[in-house]
Ligand binder design. Structure first.
Ligand code: SF4
Length: 394
């Protein structure tokens, strides 16, 4: 199911359970937005059942000291990526940053570009994915500092796990330049196996489990990252704010939504025309001509059909409407959220007021941005193989 990233679910979940049982390190876990609308299917619930509270309760019973939300990282990703887009607009195609800007939070897409179209690398946003931003903040940022001097000085590290809908996120966690911020990545299916292995009755868990703070606060804009088109829609909401047009533009962009594997687009007044490629095949079709270079200012690509809702680590389903049902759940969470724009996240605001100073600042760029390089697929496979051997031996 994974187009170009890690091809198998390596058995990291056994090691996660083992490490948690040892209780030698403070542990923290983050969960991706697509996980909460799908994990219930592993326990017989209907597709699209929102199980956020039960999932948090299960993670606490598994032994995690802190349960955080990748959505905090998603809000931060939007702050940096919207700023980056507007900066590139000021000096289009100058230096090492080109327009149109391609989103980069999907490692399947990033790997595909690095291997197949390295000529596009300067179009990729340098903003890290929500997983990697969250990992950096947990391991080396404000959270680690809050645990005490030894953590702040890096002498002791929290044990950091992420739960993702995606096998390619395992590969992302060991990319050059970001490796070490996430100790282990488990998929939605693997989390279900962990819960079953510990004999936890998921159905009976309380629904009111809540994320820890500060890295558990988020907005509706972060939740829609789970669906194809969601990253772009979230970025438009904050770019409009940065341009002083927040009240003039709608919050929702229906033409950018949907699970059909097409290239969708919309003209955003004051910003420009944006495009959504739902699946690698859609991106390949778009790239067959050069028209995209002039047509669009920003392009979102998610490697999996339906975006992360159709990720290789999500529960398998025989329901032909499973993606639509998960997608409806995602947009319902956004509609019910008290805050729906990433820049409204007060914990994100506090982070910029303190440690990070401002979106795009030198501090933010050091912690929250990355780089890309052309690479051969054999190298990717070798890196992945060595990582598997290393982790099994460890
Ligand atoms: Fe992973 Fe989501 Fe990209 Fe699929 S679309 S490869 S699940 S990040």
């Amino acid at each position: 199911a994974c187009p170009v990233g890690a091809l198998i679910e390596t058995p990291h979940w056994h090691q996660v359970l083992h490490t948690l049982a040892q209780r030698r390190r403070i542990s923290a876990v983050q969960v991706a937005p697509a996980t909460r609308v799908a994990i219930g299917e592993e326990f017989g619930m209907a597709p699209g059942t929102v199980s956020t509270g039960k999932m948090i309760s299960a993670l606490r019973q598994l032994g995690f000291d802190y349960v955080f939300d990748s959505n905090f990282g998603a809000d931060l990703t939007i702050m940096e990526e919207a700023t980056e887009l507007l900066e590139r607009r000021k000096t289009p195609n100058a230096g090492n940053a080109k327009l149109p800007l391609f989103t980069s939070c999907c490692p399947g897409w990033v790997n595909w570009v690095e291997i197949n179209r390295p000529d596009l690398l300067l179009h990729l946003s340098t903003t890290k994915s929500p997983q990697q931003m969250h990992g950096a903040l947990t391991k080396r940022g404000a959270f680690a500092g809050s645990l005490g001097p030894a953590f702040a000085a890096g002498q002791t590290e929290p044990y950091v796990v992420s739960v993702m809908p995606c096998t390619a996120k395992k590969d992302e966690a060991v990319r050059p330049g970001v490796s070490g911020d996430i100790d282990h990545v488990v998929t939605t299916r693997e989390l279900a196996r962990m819960i079953k292995a510990r004999g936890i009755a998921f159905h009976a868990l309380p629904d009111d489990g809540a994320f820890d703070h500060p890295l558990g606060a988020s907005t509706g804009a972060a939740q829609i990252f789970a669906a194809s088109g969601g990253v772009m829609e979230a970025m438009v909401r904050t770019a409009a704010h940065l341009l002083g047009m927040e009240q003039a533009l709608p919050l929702e962009w229906q033409p950018l939504r949907g699970v059909d594997q097409s290239v969708k687009s919309a003209q955003i007044p004051g910003i420009g025309r944006v495009a959504i490629c739902n699946g690698i095949a859609a991106a390949q079709r778009m790239l067959q001509t050069e028209a995209w270079r002039e047509q669009f200012i920003a392009i979102e690509v998610m490697a999996c059909a339906g975006g992360c809702l159709g990720g290789g680590g999500e529960p398998k389903s025989m329901d032909p409407l499973v993606l639509e049902k998960r997608m409806r759940a995602v947009y319902a969470i956004d509609q019910q959220a008290p805050l729906r724009r990433s820049h409204e996240n007060r914990e994100v605001q506090a982070l910029y007021a303190g440690q990070l100073q401002a979106p795009g600042s030198a501090r933010a760029r050091a912690l929250l941005h990355t780089s890309y390089a052309a690479r051969r697929s054999t190298r990717l496979l070798l890196m992945r193989f060595l990582d598997c051997v290393d982790r099994r031996d460890g």
